[in-house]
Design a protein around this ligand. Sequence first.
Ligand code: CU
Length: 470
Amino acid sequence: MMYILGFLIAVLLVVVFVQIGKINEIVARLRGQEVADRDGDEISAKLMVVFMVLFLVGSTASAIFYKDSMLGYGPLELATPHALAIQGLINTTIFFTGIVFIVTHIALFLFAYKYRRKEGRVAKFIDDNHTLEIIWTAIPAVVMAILVTMGLYVWNNTMADVGEEEKPIAFVSTDMSEEDIKEGVGDNTYLEIEATGMQFAWILRHPGPDGLIGEKNYKMIDAENQLGQDFSDAKNIDDIILDELVLPVGQKVRVRITSRDVLHNFAIPHFFVKMDAVPGMPTYFVFTPTITTEQYRENLSSHPDWQVPADATDPDSKMRWEEFNYELACAELCGRSHYSMRKIVKVVSREEYNQWLKDNMDKSYYLNNIRGTEDDQFIEYGKLTIEEKIEEYAKEKEAAEKTEEASDTSSDEETGDADTSSTDEGEDASSTTNTGDVIDEVIEDVNNAIEGSGVTEGTGTEVPVDTINR
Ligand SMILES: [Cu+2]
């Protein structure tokens, strides 16, 4: 009904304007064309000024009105250092282009008014003006050069991969200062995770206690093995498939991004993280979250927009700020159920994260879904070489320790004393960044379990959770 009414009103308005136009024509004929034109120009010139003011006020007002819903300008903070750098760049660009926007806007409409038609006024012809041309070429050139240079600097920092001296870890050190966490100053370690897009879900993989993501091969994908993990690779044995992303605050995270079918896009808006997931072409993004979910909620809690029930129909529901979560989305229109590619991203304190990993180590996809099944190449092909693999890891560990000893002598003591929670030896070992130890344990446990349960006993074998989760 409303639509029909609106449509009728619109039709009527058109008819009215057409009629007014016709009347004007008749009046013009009566009064003489010249006079009518002059009056029309006068009205147009004044309307130019009105439009100028309305447009400037309107655009400023809308910027202020939507400020709180924009990341980085209201209560919604940016939670990574690179996001802040990008925002600094955006602000600088807005500053310069804002000046140009206002000046050209005023010049355009004010001049149209000032030089409107007047009896006897003739336009002046200027051949050329070198000074003027130099000025309006030089100023934009300098400003553009500054913006492009700044842009390149920020871009290169944002897109940089991890350095060669940085080591992949799973457990994080807990002796990082508050300030370093806030500023995202790393400790030469990174947590590598993997996100694989498919229609319509993200398959998220955590490297497990060894900190290393196992090999995968698309030819091995089947109903049980969605990622095509190659289970003859020992690095796969402890990898965990996640329902939600849990990240330690202040930790450099490198996410491997791939796709199983069509283009997807790995996007976490509050982190300014956005990268295409392309089938057959691995991409990555490196970022350091610096605000925990808990801190973010607390910051939001003081803002009136967030002090309303999260569920508008239920006044007793939790407050909006209490329900806040970072979200991972797919930012590529990848198909019909694209919207459902949503996962929660939890940023927790470093202690909480270590505890979470300890609690979830036994959720390894291999131990829970693959061991003893047809896909279990680790037993089938790997059994003979498990000993060799342990030896290999022991050698790697030894080599790593040697280089570590050579490079830093002081940090060892620090990490050892840092763990203040109720600890025993096992926890202590895993709280430090000794990845070699952990994978040794895991492999040994898997090995023991295999030995104990027998290879032929395909189903019903108990996963030796306790022995792993020491
Ligand atoms: Cu998608």
